[in-house]
Design a binder for this molecule. Sequence first.
Ligand code: GTP
Ligand code: SPV
Ligand code: MN
Length: 593
Amino acid sequence: MDIKNRKLAAFIEEAKELCQPDKVVLIDGGEAQLESLREQAVKEKILIKLNQEKLPGCYLHRTTVNDVARVEGRTFICSKNKDDSAPINNWMETEEAYKLLKGLFKGVMKGRTMYVIPYSMGAVGSKFSKIGIELTDSIYVVLNMAIMTRVGNKVLEALGDGDFVKGLHSYAELSEEKRYICHFPEDDTIMSINSNYGGNVLLGKKCFALRIASYLGKTEGWMAEHMLILGIENPKGEIKYVAAAFPSACGKTNLAMIIPPEIYKKKGYKCWCVGDDIAWIRVGEDGRLWAVNPENGFFGVAPGTSMKSNPNALLSTRKGTIFTNVVENLDDETVWWEGLDKNPPKNALDWKGNPWNGDMKDQDGKPIKGAHPNSRFTAPTANCPCLSDKFEAPDGVPLSAIIFGGRRAKTAPLVYQSKDWNNGVFVGSIMASETTAAATGAVGVVRRDPMAMRPFVGYNMGDYFAHWIEMGKKIKNQPKIFNVNWFRTDENGNFIWPGFGENLRVIDWILERCDGKVEAKETAIGYVPYAKDINVEGLDGITEKTVEDLLSVDKESWIKETEGIESFYKELGERVPKELYDELGKLKANLNK
Ligand code: GTP
Ligand code: SPV
Ligand code: MN
């Protein structure tokens, strides 16, 4: 292997010595090498080759049953000083963490191959792109990284003798007790061991593009956020862009690939996907915020994805895709998951590989699920029918609005607008959402998830808020900041708002607000639409009265909410900026009026 970058050569040597692989293979990014790895993965039963007529280039992977989601409890931000990471992050002292991990990595690749993956977050060579090197013993990781990022020789060329983020991964023995996902933002280093699942091991994604990058952004004056980027084209052909932060499994992929409702389509509206999970955001020379999507693929939630709910996502998975933990239909070697359609296969294997069919019920008569709730597809962005032609634009796209949103059965209205930048930062900082299957642990518990970044900020959360406040000062043309909630429920627990494509009706109001074209009602929490201004034409069962209910701001529950916010801020400690306490004070005063 001829590695010219000296830092890289040393990194590989060091890892070789530590992990003792039998072989080291450089991923060149060429189709021939990737194809031979796919063949090897099939031989080793890591992948199952699917029906190549119906799903060309598609494969299925099953993880071990204890390795199905991100593990927040075993994810660490390591720094010299505890306060630079804690209290929301798990903290480990840098040297102590290296010692622990080096012990675990010792000899771990004996009998295995170590793959060297040079990858670029952002288009190769673009001035805002950043390069990482992931060393891994997992072919699954190699093949997923080759979809999610740009990999291979072209990245090495762009790297030259420059710097990169170091990533070392081994699935080791997949032991839960010895699973560690550790980040060293002060050293541009990531070490991940004993998992082989998505966000724990595809180190370009959450580990680099959010945790390490958020730290870099803080130091260099830009932002790395858990946001989709969406372009909305009006009938005149003008395209406006919004970025939206929703917690894991709360609707980013769906909104990013939204299909306008019929009445909007007829008028000539079109929507374009720039990104579905991560945005790197900078202040442009024009004083606006500009966003790029550093990824090259979608690692999307499978359950619930259908030709009805999100055709663009489903169509993105019809070729060159790796499915993880979905149902295998043995009759025609295709895949299935809950919510794909109403015809579950008769002769199938569930996500664990056990015989399964759609008629199976548990003791309580409830259907037994075939796919894991956090089963996913890894699909190339190039497959997406609504991919924006600005997807690889080096400067990204200018943002008109930033949208925060969570999964709240009550309290948060369908949409409201913050009063200004600092108030918007406050709105982001108080986000709360019900937990989902995207991380291990209880599902459906409301927790604070500021800016949908609770699991992904690579440093102290108070400092992160302060960074948002600081950024505001640098943005001459600030985007407006909004909050949405698609998930309010009625007394029977059913979602009131139809969601999905219909969410464009809310985005439409948001863009009208950005243009100053529509009035709004001032409430204690911010500006709320007049019900008549949310277009419900052609929506079954949704009247102006329903919209009014969806927009209601209940004082009592918001007073309770302020108590929760206050104790959360206290938990975060001294670094929560004064500006946010001021905003909290104003909210309380408004509620007591
Ligand atoms: P990560 O990839 O984990 O970051 O998640 P994501 O935010 O991209 O979530 P995704 O779009 O995959 O949505 C996950 C879940 O939310 C699925 O079960 C969807 O069916 C559901 N969902 C998305 N949009 C809506 C909506 O507008 N209304 C309702 N009720 N459910 C929605
Ligand atoms: C999320 O959990 O927010 C994801 C999936 O997007 S993972 O890559 O596993 O983090
Ligand atoms: Mn995500």
